[in-house]
Design a protein around this ligand. Structure first.
Ligand SMILES: *Cc1c(COP(=O)(O)O)cnc(C)c1O
Length: 405
């Protein structure tokens, strides 16, 4: 341990007064050494950055709150039965979100797979062992609106289930056969689809076919956590590591009691099933619970105001550069938070969005933003306190550097 680090430590330790100036006793030096924390990210030379882009898996999505990290740490000191943790946490989550039952999964994707698997197998262990081979299954199809049939459907196909595309409510009714196992709604595509939530659920209920909704990135608003349970979806899937700021490797599957029980049969700690690899241990399960509780109890109006202030700070700085335009917007669904689009007159500011992105990445501190065709896009909900000012400064600096005088 370096001397200045020692002094830094001693200055906050209760015995500092006694030790400083008298030399450091050997025993104390030993204590100090074990208190020193390793910084593995630094050790390995990994780039850390300010996240002005958003909750992207590739960027490790979100940062956990201290309460969540403390929970993970304290849980890691004990053995408990994983099913008992799921039972207890499931009850709590279900109560908070108006569901009959819930479980913590390894992310929203895992909630989609396990929920779908449960719909196919119910409590039949023989069926559980067969997935993804559905050749002996009667029900093998999932009805999906055309505009909702994007990459996330692969989570359902993992189980062997085959998507059937429809566009209108009439088409949906006609597509229902004895093969129909489930109906799936992608919330982020909701505005694009012809069939809205209520009608979708009503058709499912009329034909006694379970409906599932993927609302992975769709808090805020907080009430979405119970809205789709209240609307009557049988299964609701959420990401734990996006705006909820729970463990990145966690998510929530909630809904009908029998379907959650069946989903659990298809995942760990049970084996010989499709989901054994989608493990969440007590740390993620308990961390998810604490993150959800903290999120629900957040002052959302105050948080929104803070985000607007951060956006305003960046707008004010970027606008100082001649030829730069800013546009504040809030996406209707998926990452529904104040966001900023920055564009510029390319005859006045000679830099492409890609080049600007690269300069921001390469700067100190490094900053990540999203790039569009002719713009950079910034979201502020993943910024830590004070980082809005740094982002504002860096964006202004790089745009000003490229401005023709
Ligand atoms: C992020 C996302 C997922 C996957 O969620 P994970 O928690 O990363 O597993 C699924 N569906 C949608 C719409 C998403 O945005």
């Amino acid at each position: 341990m370096k001397r200045r680090d020692l002094i830094k430590y001693l200055s906050v330790a209760p015995i500092a007064g006694a030790a400083i100036g008298m030399g450091v006793p050997q025993a104390l030096a030993g204590t100090v050494a074990t208190t020193a924390k390793r910084d593995v990210i630094k050790e390995l030379g990994l780039r850390t950055f300010i996240n002005a882009a958003g909750t992207y898996t590739t960027m490790t999505a979100s940062l956990m709150h201290n309460e969540v990290v403390d929970t993970i740490q304290s849980a890691s000191n004990h053995f408990v039965m994983i099913n008992e943790v799921q039972d207890k946490v499931g009850e709590k989550i279900a109560a908070m979100c108006h569901a009959e039952s819930a479980m913590v999964t390894a992310g929203c994707w895992s909630a989609l797979v396990l929920g779908t698997a449960g719909v196919l197998t119910r409590m039949d262990r023989k069926k559980v062992a067969l997935l993804p081979n559905l050749s002996s299954f009667e029900k093998t199809e999932v009805i999906v609106q055309k505009s909702h049939n994007v990459g996330y459907v692969h989570a359902l196909s993992n189980t062997g289930m085959v998507p059937v595309e429809v566009e209108t409510a009439e088409e949906m009714e006609r597509a229902i056969t004895s093969k129909t196992a489930m109906m799936w709604f992608l919330n982020s595509s909701g505005p694009m689809g012809k069939i809205k939530h209520e009608e979708f659920v009503a058709i499912g209920k009329k034909h006694n076919i379970p409906t599932m909704i993927d609302m992975a990135a769709d808090v805020p608003p907080v009430e979405n956590l119970w809205k789709y349970n209240d609307l009557g979806f049988d299964l609701v899937c959420v990401s734990g590591g996006k705006a909820l700021c729970g463990p990145q490797s966690a998510g929530i599957l909630m809904g009908k009691k029998d379907l959650i029980a069946a989903a659990r049969l298809n995942g760990p700690p049970n084996g010989g099933n499709i989901g054994r690899g989608m493990k969440v241990n007590k740390e993620e399960i308990l961390g998810m619970y604490v993150a959800l509780e903290k999120y629900i109890n957040t002052d959302h109006a105050a948080e929104w105001k803070m985000w607007e202030d951060r956006v305003a700070t960046i707008v004010a700085a970027a606008s100082k550069v001649n030829g730069v335009r800013t546009e504040v917007f809030v996406p209707e669904v998926a990452n529904h938070t104040p966001s900023l689009k920055i564009t510029w007159d390319s005859s006045k500011v000679k830099i492409t969005p890609k080049e600007l992105h690269k300069n921001l990445q390469d700067g100190s501190p490094s900053v990540e933003v999203m790039t569009g065709q002719d713009a950079i896009n910034i979201t502020v909900f993943m910024l830590q306190n004070g980082e809005d000012k740094i982002v504002a400064k860096r964006v202004q600096e790089e745009l000003a550097k490229a401005a023709v005088s």
